[in-house]
Design a protein around this ligand. Structure first.
Ligand SMILES: *Cc1c(COP(=O)(O)O)cnc(C)c1O
Length: 431
């Protein structure tokens, strides 16, 4: 199996975190998001321990909470003592409702509105990651109105293409995120921030993309960032206390994805960074990383009930499920790969090839194509693996489909973290 929290029991049912998935589907109904809390905590500790061991004191991971934003997850992050990223007022509000310590929150995004900035400051958000020139003035002015000195970082684009999918590659010069080093705009932004009385300039941020399985793109980012820092120091005298290298370590969606040891990758980045700092006679700043999917993706699984099984002669087979792009839009968005298993008969021969289709009135509403399965029967349970990241957080109510609940599994106990949405919830704002 692609992750060690998945197995098959004597009934031939798929198990997840030690639970019979068919039993869980019966208990909670489908579609159903499951999350393995121990797996999340295991990943957090791997990052936290490796970063404490290999990077300077104070280095810590931030959970990129856009991957899965819900109160219970913010509580787990607080409990494990790591920081978080947010990108919107809604994520900030959710974190405050979870009583997350707001001084440990980093506020990202390429278009923070004045309302967002006001709200974030009033909520006591610790750090703003400045994306662009207009934001420097806006944050400085709003901080001045509140007689505040706001801690900020500057997001720069280092000009790296990590060879991942275009829509999840974010570090190139033409990216919509950050200010480019190559055009000289990053340096201009630094000078501007240093002239702002109400900004406390903490350091730099870069994020090069997602689904990265090697340390080398991060090492390249370190080289570029240190070169930039050196230039800034000699021109302005400014030296950052913090360097955030972003998120993006990969996860295994399918068997052909490589197995990745995050602690090893962190050590490789740290070794390269330390030798670069030594070579240049620079003090290594405190390092932050921003894992999203690698903390939560393989801690998630989605269960569906099979509906129709349509065989179109010699053309194509469709297995339709009671969810789809409303709970997992990632195949529709970027043809993301997923492992799909028939949870009801996980050991049976996979002699049927099908496209897994959602229930929406949209031909593009697919979860995966060319999946090999035992031929499913109506009402059998289908499992899509590795759905803990960018599924619940990307879910919508298209076709007025209610969003599934999130059920957490921990030490043999199951509990609801997010309730199933009702038709009444869907109409709640309609007048
Ligand atoms: C999306 C994002 C992340 C997390 O990416 P993952 O691939 O989920 O690790 C981290 N930082 C920033 C700025 C992001 O936009």
């Amino acid at each position: 199996m692609i992750c060690d929290n998945i197995s098959v029991n004597q009934k031939g049912h798929l198990t997840f975190a030690g639970f019979d998935t068919v039993d869980l589907a019966t208990k909670y109904g489908t579609p159903l998001y499951l999350m393995d809390e121990n797996k999340i905590r295991e990943h957090i500790r791997t990052y936290k321990n490796a970063m404490e061991k290999y990077f300077p004191k104070g280095s810590v991971p931030e959970f990129a909470s856009k991957a899965c934003s819900l109160k219970r997850l913010y509580r787990i992050m607080a409990d494990e003592g790591i920081d978080i990223d947010v990108v919107s007022g809604g994520e900030i509000y959710t974190a405050t409702k979870a009583e997350f310590p707001m001084e440990r929150v980093f506020f990202h995004g390429n278009n923070k509105t004045d309302n967002d900035i006001n709200f974030a400051m009033d909520c006591g958000v610790g750090y703003f990651v400045i994306d662009n020139e207009q934001e420097i003035d806006a944050i400085n002015e709003i901080a001045a109105q509140k007689s505040k000195k706001q801690k900020v970082l500057l997001r720069v684009s280092p000009g790296i293409d990590p060879h991942t999918h275009k829509k999840i590659s974010t570090g190139s010069v033409e990216s919509k995120f950050g200010v480019a080093i190559a055009t000289g705009q990053a340096k201009k932004a630094v000078e501007k921030i240093l002239n702002c009385k109400n900004l406390d300039f903490i350091g730099f941020h870069c994020h090069i993309g997602s689904q990265i399985f090697e340390s080398s793109p991060f090492v390249t980012a370190c080289e570029i960032m240190l070169e930039f820092i050196k230039e800034i120091q000699s021109d302005t005298g400014y030296y950052p206390e913090m360097l955030n290298l972003g998120g993006g370590f990969g996860v295994r969606y399918v068997e052909t994805d490589p197995v990745i040891n995050y602690a090893d990758k962190i050590r490789e980045v740290a070794e390269a960074l330390n030798s670069l700092c030594d070579k240049n006679g620079m003090k290594c700043p405190v390092i932050h990383l921003e894992p999203g999917r690698s903390l939560v993706a393989d801690a998630g699984m989605t269960l569906y009930s099979v509906g129709s099984v349509k065989e179109i002669g010699n053309y194509k087979n469709y297995v339709s499920i009671d969810g789809g792009m409303t709970d997992n839009p990632r195949y529709t968005l970027y043809e993301s790969e997923y492992t799909v298993l028939l949870a009801s008969r996980a050991n049976d021969e996979k002699n049927f090839v099908a496209t897994i289709a959602g229930r929406c009135c949209e031909s593009g509403d697919l979860i995966q194509e060319n999946v090999k399965l035992p031929k499913p029967q109506r009402n059998e349970i289908l499992a899509v693996l590795t759905t803990g990241a960018y599924n619940y957080s990307m879910a919508s109510n298209y076709n007025r489909v209610p969003r599934p609940p999130v059920v957490m599994l921990k030490d043999g106990k199951d509990y609801i973290a997010v309730k199933r949405e009702t038709y009444e919830d869907i109409c709640a704002l309609d007048l």
